[in-house]
Design a protein around this ligand. Structure first.
Ligand SMILES: [Zn+2]
Length: 470
């Protein structure tokens, strides 16, 4: 009996000190995600079917199988109960503030001149841009987008809204040769953009950029000036490119028959800073030029086909090694700006267009939405995949809804059966911005109420002009 007691005491001591040493060895982090099916989207597509991820400050400091979870303790533990953990999605092209005009003139042939331009002339203001950005940010955050690239007017107002909600963004100040609310000429637009760039150049989450609307809506001199300044400030240039027959005709006339892409090469404005949105009308030579100058492409499938503009040669571009990411275009074109609504269409349209069911498998779509998009924005070193040392931009997609049951192939489930509303948590720059679908850094009800009130003003204006609300 005595011996038993002594042995028990020794064992208790050993257990206590063993446990204490584990506790002492534990590293304290800010957020610990446990029990996740982690899809890292790294170059080897590493997965941890039951894994954990540790976040400290704004970075991922460890990631691995569940067995290592005990090495960490955290202020905030998110047990995600088998749900999918991925890098946040990256929307490479939108006009976020146009959310306030969404669902107007969708099926009208000349929607641009009939609705968009007149509406923008009457309503674009600092207040409108800010409110539209708040609404769009909310929609994107709740749909799994953690970073987006935007082109619009008063882009400093979009920046304020992004700063407030805590998302990441590349924000391009529009330059166009027609008078707009924030600049009467392209020169004024460039001056506005330079001021904006200087103000936000060192922001941790906002990358300011130039956004010449398109090659055909700017002069050669303007495009060259912007390219020169973008190299000086080392900032991106966002533009619509090879999008329409009209653009093709205007540029061919200006350049003795060159395609828009060949024309941009001929005037010396192509480099890695350029992101071309749409790129529908690109032949083999055009694709080779994009590859040669490391130009990124934002693929906006649903907007392209809704406007009957054609199907971009995405399969060919990827084959040639061009960086291609996904975008939604503006909400008067897309119409949703959550990238997840694009996924299934991106895969299906390429299959149909190329008459090959095996083309554009689900995993390729997710690659484009994450690392592909990060590379397009020249941020592949810091975002786009879940890897130690990268910024903590992370989403969790729920797997308990009827549409997400069962899951054999997680990429397939996300691309073909998930809804944007399946996104459960969202973390940007190491901060939890949405938990169990509740946005934490913005008052959702208040934003929606103010956006609704704005829409009443638009309706009233259309009625007083005798314009049908279509
Ligand atoms: Zn666009």
């Amino acid at each position: 009996m005595k011996l038993n007691c002594i042995l028990k005491t020794i064992l208790s001591f050993l257990l206590f000190f063993g446990f204490s040493s584990i506790l002492n060895a534990q590293q304290t982090v800010d957020i610990l995600i446990t029990n996740g099916h982690i899809l890292t989207m790294d170059s080897g597509l590493t997965e941890y079917p039951n894994g954990f991820l540790a976040i400290k400050d704004n970075k991922i400091i460890e990631i691995g199988p569940h067995s290592k979870t005990q090495l960490f303790t955290a202020t905030k533990v998110l047990d995600v109960e088998g749900d999918l953990v991925l890098p946040g999605f990256i929307n490479t092209h939108t006009h976020v503030s146009m959310t306030l005009f969404r669902s107007l003139g969708d099926d009208v042939e000349d929607r641009l001149h009939g609705y968009i331009f007149p509406l923008e002339k009457e309503f674009v203001s600092r207040e409108m841009v800010y409110l539209g950005a708040e609404l769009g940010n909310l929609e994107m955050l709740k749909g799994g987008v953690t970073t987006y690239a935007d082109m619009y007017y008063f882009e400093d107002e979009v920046a304020k809204a992004v700063d407030q909600i805590g998302m990441r963004a590349v924000l391009g100040q529009t330059v166009i040769k027609y008078p707009q609310a924030d600049a009467k000429t392209a020169e004024e637009g460039i001056a506005y953009a330079e001021k904006f760039i200087k103000k936000y150049k060192n922001h941790p989450r906002i990358t300011p950029a130039f956004a010449p609307h398109g090659p055909y809506t700017n002069t050669t001199e303007t495009l060259q000036k912007i390219a020169e300044l973008s190299l000086k400030y080392d900032v991106p240039v966002l533009t619509h490119l090879a999008e329409s027959k009209k653009e093709q005709d205007v540029i061919a006339q200006r350049s003795n028959g060159l395609s828009p892409i060949a024309y941009l090469e001929s005037i010396g404005v192509l480099n890695k800073n350029l992101v071309g949105a749409h790129v529908i009308l690109a032949n083999e030579q055009d694709i080779a030029i994009l590859k040669k100058y490391h130009v990124g492409v934002a693929h906006n499938l649903s907007a392209n086909i809704k406007a009957a503009k054609g199907v971009a040669p995405v399969v060919e571009m990827l084959k040639q090694g061009v960086d291609v990411g996904l975008g939604t275009d503006g909400p008067m074109s897309g119409n949703t700006i959550s990238l997840m609504d694009e996924f299934s269409q991106v895969a299906k349209v390429q299959k149909q267009w190329n008459k090959d069911r095996s083309l554009m498998p689900a995993v390729e779509v997710i690659k484009m939405a994450t690392m592909g998009s990060a590379n397009v924005l020249n941020q592949g070193d810091s975002i786009g995949s879940l890897e130690v040392g990268k910024l903590a931009d992370i989403i969790v997609i729920g797997t308990k809804s009827a549409n997400m049951t069962p899951i054999y192939n997680p990429y397939s489930a996300i691309v073909y059966s998930a809804y944007a509303t399946d996104v459960r948590h969202s973390i940007v720059d190491g901060k939890l911005l949405m938990e169990d679908r509740k946005a934490l850094t913005i008052d959702e009800d208040d934003v929606i109420k103010r956006a609704y009130e704005f829409s009443l003003k638009v309706k009233q204006a259309l009625i007083s002009q005798g314009k049908p609300i279509l």
